[in-house]
Design a protein around this ligand. Structure first.
Ligand code: NDP
Length: 254
């Protein structure tokens, strides 16, 4: 018996048009899950669909909605369920980062960060968790960050959103455990994606990441997949409300 088997399971990964979300969706598809991609549309999502479809050898569906818009989320999830069924696996990955000292931080940017990184997980999880509970099974995995635990200058709102997301993970886990739904978080360290282009292109920041991470390097997106498959499969049947850091040891040292 393969405890980590996700063959045929329906998986929605939010924010899978690029970056970590695309890598996570690709990992699930490679493991045999039926993946539904997600984004707000446009060329990145189209490219992601082509890339995952080519590996999977079958067309890959996508849903488009803004995760900060409750009405759009409701409609998007309703049509997803009507067309494909109730997801077995939900990965709440969509996110943004805005950087500025807190005294200069614009209210609109604060609202965007909290809405995209935290509110979205509530909006998307609510209808899917209801349907999972009716069925009596499900896995929800929220993508946190080392910033859920460690603060850093210029990203206080991001840290607040990710800290909140980890506590939402625990709260969802508490409410949904009796319905055989496990809710956990994966908190990545530093990965070079579009979100933090300005950081990995900055030699000083690059050097800081290498010095601050015991593994002395940035993460590779495919290094998140093992933890995802663990949390998405029966291997983690009695694991809920946990936050697993995949960070090259960053959060274990000062
Ligand atoms: P990217 O900027 O590369 O990708 C972000 C994804 O989120 C895109 O698919 C984007 O879709 C989607 N998205 C953003 N805002 C919205 C919205 N309002 N509605 C719908 N979709 C949206 O970021 P990463 O891949 O780097 O980050 C993914 C997640 O991982 C985030 O939650 C981030 O906080 C987290 N993370 C990243 C780390 C890193 O080092 N990169 C480290 C720790 C955590 P669209 O095509 O519509 O723009």
């Amino acid at each position: 018996m393969n405890l980590f088997d996700v063959t045929g399971r329906l998986a929605l990964v939010t924010g899978s048009s690029r970056g970590l979300g695309l890598a996570l969706a690709t990992g699930l598809a490679d493991a045999g899950a039926r993946v539904v991609l997600h984004g707000r549309g446009g060329p990145a999502l189209a490219r992601a669909r082509d890339a995952v479809a080519e590996r999977a050898g079958t067309p890959v569906p996508a849903v488009e909605f803004d995760v900060t818009d409750t009405a759009a989320v409701r409609t998007g999830i309703e049509s997803l369920i009507a067309e494909h069924g109730v997801p077995d696996i939900l990965v709440n990955n969509a996110g943004v980062q805005r950087r500025a000292p807190i005294t200069e931080f614009a209210t609109d940017d604060w609202d965007e960060v909290i809405a995209t990184n935290l509110n979205s997980a509530f909006y998307v999880s609510r209808p899917i968790a209801r349907a999972m509970a009716e069925r009596g099974s499900g896995k929800i995995i929220n993508i946190g960050s080392v910033q859920s635990m460690l603060a850093r200058q210029t990203i206080a709102p991001y840290s607040a959103s990710k800290g909140g997301l980890v506590m939402l993970t625990k709260g969802l886990a508490a409410d949904l455990a009796r319905s055989n739904i496990q809710v956990n978080a994966i908190s990545p360290g530093y990965f070079a994606t579009e979100m933090n282009t300005a950081l990995w292109q900055d030699p000083e920041f690059d050097a800081w990441v290498r010095q601050r991470t015991p593994a002395q390097r940035w993460g590779k997106v495919e290094e998140l997949i093992g933890t995802l498959l663990y949390l998405a499969s029966d291997a983690s049947a009695f694991v809920s409300g946990q936050n697993i850091f995949v960070d090259g040891g960053m959060t274990s040292v000062v």
